[in-house]
Design a protein around this ligand. Structure first.
Ligand SMILES: [Zn+2]
Length: 232
């Protein structure tokens, strides 16, 4: 089971980097261990998110301490530990410095249903603005978890994104959708600002169709195949 999770984590890192969410050695992803819910696997510090291997992934506990692995842990571990503590339904947490999302967060505007991705976050994208600094202690980690609430994603203003889901595949999918939604709205902003958005009556049915539950696995597997060609 752990081997499967480690393999999927490695694939997730490659997908996030290939989709423009790597930031040199910054950004991280974690997955809760099913048989030890107070522990989780994490990308180690000091390497790119696409450089994870089954062997260099570290294990941390719910207090944010490293309990296994040779490589160092990220000082922002508390984003992960506190969301996993607050949300038993969540298995995977991702934090990246997705550039369009960071730029969009500086506008101080709500994310609008400009395209298919934007509707996914309609009225459920909190923005964490308590600090624009890194999240390097439990207090700030708890504040981020509180800001996330029952949602799957938030913007860390002037910093990055956080996504959380019940599987690695879904958390990756949400991170990719959020970056794309921010990019599309930024493009509309560059052209004078969006004047038309999805009809309110379309949002719910369109969201169900464009964001079906099986899509995240299909998209993840497709991108993993693309990455396998890149990294072979
Ligand atoms: Zn960060």
């Amino acid at each position: 089971m752990t081997d499967t999770l480690r393999n999927t984590l490695v694939e997730a890192g490659r997908i996030l980097a290939s989709e423009g969410q790597g930031d040199y050695v910054a950004g991280h992803i974690t997955v809760r261990l099913p048989d030890q819910p107070n522990r989780f696997l994490m990308k180690p510090a000091g390497i790119g998110i696409e450089e994870m291997t089954r062997d260099n992934i570290i294990t941390c506990d719910i207090e944010g301490g490293k309990v296994e692995g040779a490589m160092p842990r990220h000082n922002e571990v508390f984003i992960h530990s506190e969301i996993l503590r607050a949300r038993p339904d969540i298995a995977c947490v991702i934090h990246t410095h997705a550039p369009h999302a960071v730029a969009f967060s500086s506008l101080g505007k709500p994310l609008l249903p400009v395209g298919n991705d934007g509707i996914y976050f309609h009225n459920r994208l909190p923005v964490f603005s308590e600090t624009t600094d890194l999240i390097i202690d439990q207090t700030r980690g708890k504040a981020v978890a509180g800001c996330l609430g029952p949602n799957q994603a938030l913007l860390l203003r002037n910093h990055g994104v956080v996504t959380a889901a019940s599987s690695i595949e879904e958390a990756v999918w949400v991170a990719l959708k959020l970056e794309k939604a921010c990019k599309v709205q930024l493009m509309a902003e560059w052209a004078g600002g969006p004047k038309l958005t999805a009809h309110t009556a379309d949002i719910e049915p369109k969201n169900k169709r464009a964001n079906r539950g099986d899509l995240h696995v299909n998209v993840f597997n497709y991108l993993a195949r693309c990455c396998a060609r890149l990294y072979r």
